[in-house]
Design a protein around this ligand. Structure first.
Ligand code: SAH
Ligand code: SF4
Ligand code: F3S
Length: 460
């Protein structure tokens, strides 16, 4: 089946459902990363074309979609809790419950849902998201339960409806799946192998976004540095993509997550340096600073190589900021290994660190390792790491005071409704006083004081 045909089939089912339904509401729970969020935007786009209106009150929804994540165990527990809560509503009235996303790709989850949560109507996977309208149609017309999960890698379907979460800033997935098989990680099993979108399809999407008034885009992929490796043409590389996107009028900020340190080529550093719209914050996932652990994690770099990469990038792009992901308590992690992680944190001076306690995932290599770390030690290491990160952020924030930052005004501050909020091009939150009419505009802000989790500024 070619791409156009499948999208057309989806559109046909959207029409069919729309002709049966009227006055219905949907709610969607997005439980994972930004790729998962981008999928939710497509699911919402399809739901709205079927005639559903969004409600944030799950109790009054006629369709509830759970777009799940299984990266860590707590994500799983949350899903079962949430689905369990809908049982009583479902007894009282018609409601379609759909569970999709990464968790649904796991056989034991599908079995558990089918056995213990029989009132779930639809289970769909990461490769069958575009079939939601068809699945809903089957439930409505044939009154049956649908399990629609594919084990093989899905194709890429362009042109599905989309309802974006923001009017200024847009997620743009450039590739699906992952080939890296880091030994702790479930993603390659639930998202399949790397598949890159066509270069032109990405450019066209971003050009359309610019026409619609979007100013900021975030390019998404599990390893954006390997964009194009599966396309077999010279043009389709991540560096070239940055150059081409940088030329698009109207787009002013280009972000991307995540690059893998092992694949960070010089040409990408050069592209970031030469493309003035590319954000000066690079998310460089460290995971661990210990050579032994990095090897067991299958990360393909050493502590030294990581530090040298960060130094090389900093030399080329002096105002760059680094953020990272770190896992504590990977099997076999000793105090010494953990000290190596703290050492890298100190030397690279990350400005934001997403810290995770290692979580065992069924089916991954690390889950079978015998030297699992005690939960208490994991917790203690997390606290020590948090303390170190806080010290560094505090120090780095002080360097911003007195500087002038060009920012996109994102909206009203979450913690204070009299303040507006935006981010530096190194991703630090800035809060400042200003008229709500500024939302969506790019303005200059002078930083006047530093606080642990944000900077305070004033309009120039
Ligand atoms: N592809 C991205 C990561 C996606 S998952 C990358 O390589 O950077 C986001 C983060 O979740 C990972 O960077 C890792 O730090 C964390 N993570 C993944 N699997 C985990 C596990 N089993 N336990 C704890 N944290 C995990
Ligand atoms: Fe997981 Fe590693 Fe792939 Fe990231 S690169 S998604 S951590 S396997
Ligand atoms: Fe993302 Fe979670 Fe899936 S992190 S790719 S939603 S397992």
């Amino acid at each position: 089946m070619n791409e156009l045909t499948q999208t057309e089939v989806t559109m046909e089912y959207i029409q069919k459902v729309a002709s049966i339904l009227s006055n219905k509401k949907y709610n969607i729970q997005t439980m994972g990363c930004q790729l998962n969020e981008n999928d939710s935007e497509k699911l919402s786009g399809m739901a709205e074309k079927m005639g559903y209106k969004y409600t944030d009150n799950i109790e009054e929804a006629d369709l509830v979609i759970f777009n799940t994540c299984c990266i860590r165990e707590n994500a799983e527990n949350k899903l079962f809790g949430n689905v369990g809560e809908l049982k009583k509503i479902k007894k009282e009235r018609d409601m379609i419950i759909a569970v999709g996303g990464c968790m649904s790709q796991q056989k034991h989850i599908v079995e558990k849902l089918r056995q213990s949560y029989p009132y779930v109507d639809i289970i769909f996977g990461t490769h069958t998201l575009h079939k939601l309208p068809q699945d809903i149609y089957e439930v409505l017309e044939k009154r049956k339960k649908v399990t629609d999960v594919l084990d093989i890698d899905g194709e890429i379907y362009e042109g599905l409806p989309i309802k974006r979460n923001s009017n200024n800033s847009a997620n743009v997935t450039i590739m699906y799946g992952c080939n890296n098989f880091c030994s702790y990680c479930i993603v390659p099993y639930v998202r399949g192998r790397e598949r890159s979108r066509k270069f032109e399809d990405i450019l066209n999407e971003v050009k359309d976004l610019a026409k619609e008034g979007y100013k900021e885009i975030t390019l998404l992929g599990q390893n954006v540095n390997s964009y194009g490796n599966d396309l077999n043409d010279e043009k389709s590389t991540f560096a070239n993509l940055l150059y081409e996107l940088n030329k698009i009028d109207g787009i002013e900020i280009i972000k991307f997550i995540s690059p893998h340190p092992k694949d960070f080529k010089d040409e990408v550093i050069k592209a970031i340096k030469e493309c003035e719209k590319v954000h000066r914050v690079i998310h460089l996932p460290l995971q661990s600073g210990s050579d032994n652990i990095l090897k067991a994690m299958n990360r393909h770099y050493t502590k030294q190589a990581f530090i040298e990469l960060a130094e090389k990038i900093r030399k080329e792009i002096p105002n760059v900021a680094f953020t990272t992901d770190i896992i504590v308590g990977f099997p076999g992690e000793t105090d010494e290994d953990f000290q190596d992680t703290l050492d890298v944190v100190e030397r690279v001076e990350f400005e934001q660190v997403f810290m995770f306690i290692y979580s065992r995932r069924k089916g991954t290599k690390a889950d079978t390792m015998e030297n699992q770390v005690d939960e208490k030690i994991k917790g203690e290491r997390l606290e020590i790491l948090k303390q170190k990160v806080t010290e560094i952020i505090d120090k780095k924030n002080k360097e911003y005071v007195g500087t002038i930052q060009k920012i996109l005004v994102e909206g009203v501050s979450k913690n204070n409704e009299n303040m507006l909020t935006g981010r530096t091009n190194t991703n630090k939150v800035i809060n400042f006083e200003g008229d709500k009419e500024l939302i969506g505009k790019i303005i200059d802000i002078k930083i006047i004081s530093d606080h642990l989790w944000y900077l305070k500024g004033e309009i120039m």
